[in-house]
Design a protein around this ligand. Sequence first.
Ligand code: GLP
Length: 264
Amino acid sequence: MRLIVLKDYQGVSDWAARYVARSIAEYNAEDKDRDFVLGLPTGSSPIGMYRRLVELHKAGSLSFSRVVTFNMDEYIGLPSDHPRSYHTFMNEQLFSLVDIDPAKANLPNGNAPDLEAECARYEAAIEASGGVDLFVGGVGSDGHLAFNMPGSSLASRTRVKTLTASTRQANARFFDGDPEAVPSTALTVGVGTIMAAREVLIIVSGQSKARALRHAVEEGVNHLWPLSCLQLHPSSILVCDEESTMELKAGTVQYFNEIEAVGA
Ligand code: GLP
């Protein structure tokens, strides 16, 4: 696991965007026979990264023409054009602003008549695309990844999950402050789906994530803190701002900073 500590949210967003852009460019420079497969999150954490990716695209230094994306999750029962659906979020933040083929921008369908079949279809689509090269994510303050709440199986795959009261409360800010308006269920990729990606990059920002970060970095692998699964991933990066590292030991931060300085 790499832990990259940067001063603030802007630094984290720029770093993550540069990493994504470089990964796409390096992959496509090799003229592979399939598109780069990018896993993507919603939430407030990736907004700065999306803004920067759009800037890079507008500056002519990043193209999504040979990129397939798979989003992590979607609410069940919200129309896809609802202002708070993750479909709408992704169109507004990224897809409508870059040169991605809309047919290659995948999200689970939370309105599918058979949700189990939809989950199986989503997993099969990821596999058919060649598997995720880089899964970018955020993390909940309770350590959840996508909508894999504490206690989720670390081997789980795409499925229906019930949201905890605290997650509905946290997401109420997108629904006029009303937790009851937040759908109570969602389709989400599993922890195992994320772990199957060749690389995982998680954006961690703000003091509210400090406890989750401590559990993920300094404690053992534990299903009560799903983010800690990354200790078992061969190639994972946590890109964090200083605020989110407040519960880490000073020595832990120093250790990871030293490793990054040696590799720089
Ligand atoms: C939601 C999303 C997660 C996201 C989390 C944290 O639960 N399903 O993918 O990581 O919120 O959101 P934020 O980045 O707004 O703190």
